[in-house]
Design a protein. Structure first.
Length: 134
């Protein structure tokens, strides 16, 4: 069954397993004069205060299981657009997929790399989303 299969939403069953936060990798788009991160494939600005929210039965907050998968996705689709690589904490309802997860809630855990922009842009994003000084 694929995400585009008719009726796939109704067939997602909750198996009753409960876990704490899951740490995963993801990429965001950004703009040189912005203090915001945006999703890669959907027009959505990540909130600075509070978690990002998604409906896992439709889209959810996507993240990859490892760094290499996140970088591969970025290089295959978005390498020419200013991009940030980092980690997120996922919680709430979570669906595990082959390459990663779709979660109900996510919050930025780290912002590790920005390309092709100068590092001071990453420092500004870290201050905004993480409240840390470089």
């Amino acid at each position: 069954m694929t995400a585009s299969s008719p009726g796939h939403e109704a067939r997602l069953a909750h198996d009753g397993i409960r876990v704490g936060e899951i740490i995963a990798w993801r990429t965001w788009l950004t703009r040189p004069n912005s203090l915001h991160l945006s999703r890669m494939s959907v027009c959505y600005e990540w909130p600075i205060l509070g978690p990002a929210k998604g409906n896992v039965r439709r889209f959810g907050i996507h993240a990859f299981k490892d760094r290499d998968q996140a970088v591969s996705y970025w290089l295959a689709h978005w390498y020419y657009i200013p991009t940030v690589l980092g980690m997120v904490k996922l919680w709430g309802e979570i669906v595990e997929c082959e390459w990663g997860y779709r979660a109900q809630f996510a919050r930025v855990k780290s912002l590790d790399l920005i390309y092709p922009m100068p590092s001071f842009c990453l420092d500004r994003l870290r201050r905004a989303y993480l409240g840390v000084e470089p």
